[in-house]
Design a protein around this ligand. Structure first.
Ligand SMILES: Nc1ncnc2c1ncn2[C@@H]1O[C@H](COP(=O)(O)OP(=O)(O)OP(=O)(O)O)[C@@H](O)[C@H]1O
Length: 230
């Protein structure tokens, strides 16, 4: 299990998270819902160590791991697909994936398997990563995390700005990874989709959890109220 325990996070003097406790079990998908600036990205960044945190603010299977580098968390099996993708522009799709695979863990996902299961990616494998459409780039960004064979995948706004077809492709790939037992934390602006894709959800407002529960039985009105803070 991956969890945070009363996590605080700061940017300089500005406090973005206030005692935030959250957890995701193995093989589970959890959605983080909240308006812009609520602290969802900060929570993901704190877990992977790109925002500084207390050691005992983040636990993996009851081991305190807060504050370790993104590299160390990746070796432990926690990978982040950041908002904005951040692919290497000078590398081709294939090179982006190969580089990630070399630095990752061994497991069910390989560059070859991705190419086999996603012929569309094979078709553009030799193109520079940033010469692709937004949807294609997002597939590559997700694939780059998958070839590291994480146990926990943290996805920050993976469908933002994509066409409906591209969104479905991205969730199709994510679904295959989940079938392999991967746990997912999903930051998703589309509340309906977030609930449909997840087992449990947390609504975050101004750096605090204001509502949580099973996604299947979520009360849409309550979630909307928590989302907008009205
Ligand atoms: N690098 C930064 N420096 C200073 N403040 C930041 C920084 N990044 C985020 N913040 C602030 O921290 C708070 C939480 O931001 P965060 O990006 O985590 O929100 P979010 O829920 O992910 O929203 P969004 O959907 O806009 O990304 C906001 O008030 C934001 O302005």
């Amino acid at each position: 299990m991956l969890r945070t325990d009363r996590l605080d996070a700061y940017y300089g003097l500005f406090q973005a998270l206030f005692g935030l406790s959250f957890q995701v079990g193995r093989g589970e998908t959890v959605a983080l819902i909240g308006s812009n600036g609520a602290g969802k990205s900060t929570l993901l960044r704190s877990i992977v160590g790109s925002v500084r945190t207390r050691r005992d603010g983040v636990f993996l299977d009851d081991q305190a791991i807060g504050g370790d580098s993104e590299r160390t968390q990746l070796n432990r099996g926690i990978a982040l697909v950041p908002e904005g993708r951040r692919l290497f522009p000078s590398l081709t799709v294939l090179e982006n994936l190969q580089l990630a695979a070399r630095n990752g863990r061994s497991g069910p996902w390989s560059v070859e398997r991705l190419m086999r299961e996603f012929p569309v990616m094979e078709a553009f494998q030799h193109r520079p990563a940033t010469a692709l459409s937004g949807g294609q780039q997002q597939l590559v960004a997700l694939s780059r995390a998958l070839v590291c064979n994480p146990r926990y995948l943290l996805c920050d706004e993976i469908s933002l700005g994509l066409s409906p077809v591209a969104v479905n492709e991205v969730y199709d790939l994510l679904g295959r990874a989940r079938n392999d037992g991967l746990a997912v934390v999903l930051v998703e602006q589309n509340v309906k989709r977030a609930l449909a894709e997840s087992d449990r959800y947390y609504c975050i407002q101004k750096g605090r959890v204001v509502l949580e529960g099973a996604s299947e039985s979520a009360d849409q009105a309550q979630v909307a109220q928590a989302y907008f803070g009205v």
